[in-house]
Design a protein around this ligand. Structure first.
Ligand SMILES: [Fe+2]
Ligand SMILES: [Fe+2]
Length: 258
């Protein structure tokens, strides 16, 4: 697939702010990332619930409405499974489209632009990392549902998530191609919503505080003592994803999204 004219290194030139690589960004960031830190998960949950979510706009309002209509307003594990099915698509788009941009750059007669290359490398690196993280969320939630004997029918468990994933696949790619900042803004709001939903479902299920959790997927993901702590930790991952989206929005536009 060739890169549409809209997002070439030429069109990005001049709007990309000077920024470090992904690892340096995490260290130097104004945001308090939680990954890899020993934290009081209950205190972090309280912090989330004290703050408002980023207001969804446009397509995201529609997505939340559709999810509530089909899966109900109540927070349930099946609903989270569907959210996690969709969650990795923007990261995949950022990674994949950045590879296209590199191909375009290095098949051009013009010299490569270092700033644009750094942007591509950063989007590839955190796109990969966040995709894996979202994938583990999906696998963890599904395994917990299986252990609890929670099943979803063909319509709500297979067909609808498949159709939503197809739509989200094309939408996230189109947004990143046309105006990458749209994609980062939408994802920040998506992740902010997800973070709050995880912290809320934990507060609605006090019995999960004493429910131990075990799954084969702890070979990929930090082991937690209880189901409540596992869902809090996932909620914090969503917060970190929101931070990276906000940082990239700022790097592209030169202004804060919030
Ligand atoms: Fe997730
Ligand atoms: Fe996320």
């Amino acid at each position: 697939m060739s890169m549409p004219k809209i997002l070439t290194h030429v069109s990005l030139k001049g709007i990309v702010q000077e920024k470090s690589n992904y690892r340096e960004c995490l260290v130097m960031s104004k945001f308090e990332y939680t990954m890899g830190k020993e934290l009081d998960l209950k205190a972090e949950q309280a912090k989330t619930l004290e703050k408002p979510t980023i207001k969804p706009k446009g397509f995201l309002i529609f997505l939340v409405w559709v999810m509530d209509l089909i899966y109900g307003k109540e927070r349930t594990l099946p609903k989270f499974k569907v959210i996690e099915t969709l969650a990795r698509y923007p990261y995949w788009a950022w990674e994949n489209c950045s590879y296209h941009r590199i191909t375009k750059t290095y098949t051009s007669t013009k010299p490569a632009d270092k700033k644009i290359n750094e942007l591509s490398l950063r989007h590839i690196e955190f796109g990969r990392e966040a995709q894996d993280n979202e994938q583990w969320h999906l696998m963890l939630i599904e395994d917990i549902m299986r252990q609890k004997g929670i099943k979803m029918g063909w319509l709500k468990g297979s067909l609808i998530p498949f159709l939503m994933a197809c739509g989200y696949y094309f939408l996230t790619r189109a947004m990143y191609y046309i105006r990458p900042q749209w994609s980062f803004a939408m994802n920040a709001a998506f992740e902010s919503h997800a973070e709050h939903q995880y912290m809320l479902i934990v507060s609605e299920h006090p019995e999960w505080e004493n429910e131990s959790v075990d799954t084969d997927y702890f070979q990929y993901y930090p082991r937690q003592k209880s189901l409540a702590d596992l869902l809090r930790r996932i909620g914090l991952d969503e917060r970190d994803h929101m931070f990276t989206s906000l940082e990239e929005y700022e790097a592209l536009t030169g202004k804060s999204y919030l």
